[in-house]
Design a protein around this ligand. Sequence first.
Ligand code: PXG
Length: 290
Amino acid sequence: MKIYLDGKFYSREDAKISVFDHGLLYGDGVFEGIRAYSGRVYRLKEHVDRLFDSAKAIMLNIPLTHAEVEEVVLETCRQNDLKDAYIRLVVTRGVGDLGLNPNKCPKATIFCIATGITIYPEEVYEKGLKLITAATQRIPQSSLSSAIKSLNYLNQILARLEGNLAGADELIVINHEGYVAECSADNIFVLKNGKITTPPISAGALGGITRQSVMDLAPEVGITISEANLTRYDLWVADEIFLTGTAAEVVPVRELDGRVIGSGKMGPWTRKFIEAYRKLTRSTGAPIFK
Ligand code: PXG
């Protein structure tokens, strides 16, 4: 395995970060989880744009252009001869002293890992996921914008720990007003009476690339998707619920808080979005090999 780190490629053993890196000391940094399908990196530009927006929000200077970061991702896939990959692109504040002041970190650390993909078993897509609502609420937008894909994932990890204890596959995370934000690492879509709704980013969701893909696909699938605040009740009585994320793609939900969702089987609209998203990811994207 070849890992990109600050302009060079290293073996897995030699790709090392300083214990003084503020990405480690304070979770001070941003990242992207990206996928490549059949020799093409899916929505690479959108991922790199989101990375730069996350970095701008935390006043982190990425010492490369958008085009150069895109090339880092493509070259990392090439170096590892990967056509299908899960890619982790990370930018940290870099090395500083033990104080948290970012001004003491002269240069960002950038690394990129590309690995083979572990696909979820097909039965997950047929059966659907079991969810519970997490007691851990989303951090208010006034404290930390959910649009920033930062290295601070403890809010999501605290939720995921609850899921592990309860034997749930994913968690509904609500905001401090009681509205649904998203899941621990996926966005959520809810179908009721022939219409699909998803929480707005302002409710505490990440602006997911898969979320946007599904919204882009809606006209072709033949249904309208709108953003609105949702309560747990709206979810309990939904006809269908599906989650979206780079790793999960589009995946159905069969149960939430002990309530069976819809028929308890994958609904027809969820199936349409799974198929449309699979087609899109396998036929578009930035070519790895020219
Ligand atoms: N919400 C959160 C909080 C996320 O972290 C998504 C939604 C979905 O966004 P995309 O852009 O992927 O459609 C994410 C991203 C993993 C893993 O390995 C997944 C994410 C983050 C970190 C790790 O499963 N999900």
